[in-house]
Design a protein around this ligand. Structure first.
Ligand SMILES: [Zn+2]
Length: 382
């Protein structure tokens, strides 16, 4: 995602934060500076609090990621945003049981953290709630408390909220996925998604109205986020049904320009100027030697003063797909290998190149055709 910065790498998974995260840190610092007698100390406390919360969110996402890894699904990255984290899986789980366990693993991490904090409170006499409330000005003291005890209670409340919030049965929250997985154990995947998405949108509307009426704008914002997420999930599933029925052999570019290994860069530049084709296969006697992309050409032009051969700048290691792979399999495989472009083969015979953009485009066209058919079918019934 744009505007995100990589801050760590855990278990081979890059952890990134969205740039707006620093805004949240600043807001928290400002809020706690106002609450504390010592503004600098309060601001530092606010920052530590927010960092601790985001650590809990990261561990939650790692819970999803490591459970997914058990089923052979890798995580491309974990992205932390102000409204929460997202673990981007390289593909979606095939079986409802897998989806169920992956969705449960995240909230379970927060249950474990909350239990750990409760144990810390239990074995530390100074941290008992009655102690805290008695020596201060009653319950309001707790929400303004910039002591280690205040931090622990705040984190405990935050982890409990994370569990409760994430278990709301609405996409894209974990509860929505758990609900869909449970339905999908009895119904087919598309139907289960439709029901879960509809229920999720209903809950989002109720949350939104409640948020607006009670003046809780954050809740209203979350409701919008949930409503949109549910719609995306339904579209994603419809997309999957289209993608599983079509083959890569239908989607690769049959009319693309192919380079010969003796061609020079200046020729590719001509092609780039006169066509919209971004990737070129370099062949010799019908055999694929490598690919040259628009970026390769730009880079070469920047560093190479003379007109060199395309064979000198091409990428030889090209990801391969079979023409009989479905578009869905192709998308998953390319996602797993981080391949933007793949070579399509019919057995040993090289057919052409297909990019992730080609697959998205094929899918958009097929969705349109599908909808058209559905409309015609509906009209036929009336
Ligand atoms: Zn989660």
């Amino acid at each position: 995602m744009a505007w995100s910065i990589k801050i760590a790498q855990v278990a081979n998974i890059p952890i990134k934060v969205h740039i707006t995260f620093f805004l949240i840190l600043g807001l928290s610092a400002a809020q706690w500076a106002g609450r504390s007698g010592d503004a600098v100390f309060g601001a530092l406390f606010g920052i530590v609090l927010m960092l601790a919360l985001f650590l809990c969110v990261t561990l939650h996402e790692l819970g999803h990621s490591l459970m997914a890894r058990v089923f052979g699904i890798e995580t491309r990255e974990i992205l932390l945003m102000p409204l929460g984290g997202v673990a981007q899986l390289s593909k979606s789980p095939d079986k409802p049981r897998q989806e169920l366990l992956i969705a449960l693993a995240g909230p379970l991490v927060n249950v474990v953290i909350a239990a750990f904090l409760l144990v810390v409170i239990g074995i530390h006499p100074d941290l008992s709630l009655s102690n805290l409330l008695l020596d201060g000005a009653g319950s309001t003291r707790l929400t303004n408390d910039t002591s280690p005890a205040g931090l622990i209670y705040w984190l405990l409340a935050a982890n409990v909220s994370l569990v409760v919030f994430n278990l709301i049965p609405a996409f894209p929250l974990d509860g929505g996925r758990i609900f869909r997985a449970l339905l999908a154990m009895r119904l087919d995947h598309a139907r289960a998604t439709r029901i879960a998405a509809t229920v999720g949108q209903g809950i989002a509307i109720v949350l939104g109205i409640y948020g607006v009426l009670s003046g809780n704008l954050l809740l209203a914002l979350v409701a919008v986020f949930v409503f949109v997420g549910a719609a995306q999930e339904t579209n994603g599933t419809q997309a999957k049904t289209v993608l599983v029925t079509r083959k890569v052999g239908d989607a690769y570019n049959k009319h693309s320009i192919t380079l010969q290994n003796g061609d020079r860069i200046s020729r590719v530049v001509d092609y780039l100027l006169t066509s919209y084709q971004p990737d070129f296969a370099v062949t010799f006697g019908g055999r694929l030697l490598g690919i040259v992309t628009r970026e390769d050409v730009m880079k070469a032009l920047a560093v190479q003063p003379n007109d060199c051969y395309v064979a000198e700048i091409m990428t030889r290691d090209v990801f391969k797909l079979s023409a009989t792979d479905t578009l869905d399999e192709a998308r998953d495989k390319m996602g797993e290998h981080n391949a933007r472009v793949a070579a399509v083969y019919d057995g040993e015979q090289f057919l052409g190149l297909v990019s992730q953009d080609d697959i998205s485009e094929a899918f958009a066209i097929l969705m349109f055709v599908n909808r058209h058919h559905q409309l015609r079918a509906m009209n036929a019934q009336v």
